[in-house]
Design a protein around this ligand. Structure first.
Ligand SMILES: NC(=O)c1ccc[n+]([C@@H]2O[C@H](COP(=O)([O-])OP(=O)(O)OC[C@H]3O[C@@H](n4cnc5c(N)ncnc54)[C@H](OP(=O)(O)O)[C@@H]3O)[C@@H](O)[C@H]2O)c1
Length: 278
């Protein structure tokens, strides 16, 4: 099993607005604010990650900001994402609060966390946040194809460039992926490891053993090989390092096809199976 550090620089993907996103990011959902979050982000930055994914709803932006500062790495070398919590009303006021908590003067990516209240009402505020240079790129998360199309239809200055969704071999939302590509929106994968649930699947384990890799690396590589950014979360240093070693191997076409066949969504164009908001 290979679990060494990164052997090469993290590749990036060019977004429709010309900005570039590193294909490997570090997710901090469910990492408690305070020492644990700051230590995990520091470990990720030391392991070579240059992309951090937080959210207003995660309640840990301050710790992320502390880790960014303590790392000593120049701000422009790190891609920072936060997400607008759509239970609030004003994307501009909320990004200004996020920037204060993070201690930085712009984020690289600001996305609507989910389409609560419908997919279009917050978009003018997101465009305004970009015009004010609070965010270099703007996008959405958990938007199905039809919701994405509605957002594009109301966009006046800047269309969304990212749709961050649950995406893995088990949630191979091929209709959504192809729709995003047609619309010039990059799909980004969250919960690529199924929040840990997909790691002990027998097919994933067999492919991992045969390729001398770990199940986590196989699941993450399945996305990265399609130029889909991934955001693995871990609070364990050795796993953080393991999850970064994705760019020195490739899965064969036959292994990719076996993983594709694990899909349980019917290759849907939906972003999620239900709503978790009212
Ligand atoms: N936009 C959205 O609505 C949304 C929703 C969900 C997630 N996300 C983003 O996507 C990120 C990742 O998704 P996720 O948090 O659901 O989890 P994930 O990355 O799919 O899986 C994380 C889980 O797997 C374990 N793990 C990680 N690497 C491992 C390894 N190499 N070997 C064994 N176990 C490993 C972690 O445990 P330990 O931590 O104990 O190591 C944790 O329990 C989030 O943190 C967040 O930034 C966004």
């Amino acid at each position: 099993m290979t679990s060494g550090g990164m052997t090469s620089e993290v590749p990036t993907r060019k977004l429709a607005d010309g900005n570039e996103i590193p294909l490997l990011g570090f997710g901090v959902w469910q990492v408690p604010d305070g020492t644990e979050c700051a230590a995990a982000v520091r470990a990720a930055l030391e392991a070579g990650y240059r992309h951090i994914d937080t959210a207003q709803a995660y309640g840990n932006e301050e710790s992320v900001g502390r880790a960014l500062r303590e790392s000593g790495i120049a701000r422009e070398q790190i891609f920072v994402t936060t997400k607008f919590y759509p239970g609030k009303k004003d994307p501009v006021a909320e990004i200004e609060a996020s920037l204060r908590r993070l201690g930085i003067d712009y984020v690289d990516l600001y996305i609507i966390h989910w389409p609560q209240g419908g997919p279009t009402w917050a978009w003018p505020g997101m465009e305004r946040a970009r015009e004010l240079e609070h965010a270099r790129s703007i996008g959405v998360s958990n938007f199905s194809l039809s919701e994405l199309e509605q957002t594009l239809a109301v966009s006046t200055s800047t269309p969304p460039v990212i749709n961050q969704v649950q995406f893995s071999p088990f949630e191979f939302r091929q209709g959504l992926l192809e729709g995003c590509e047609r619309l010039g929106v990059s799909l980004e994968s969250y919960s690529s490891l199924g929040t840990g649930r997909h790691l002990d699947d027998p097919t994933v384990e067999t492919i991992a053993k045969a390729s001398g890799r770990t199940p986590a690396q196989v699941l993450l590589r399945w996305c990265a090989q399609r130029e889909i950014p991934v955001l693995p979360k871990s609070t364990h240093k050795e796993r953080i390092i393991e999850n970064s070693a994705l760019f020195d191997f490739a899965l064969s076409d036959s292994d990719m096809a076996k993983l594709d066949d694990l899909d349980t969504t019917g290759r849907t164009s939906a972003a999620r199976e239900g709503k978790w908001w009212s």
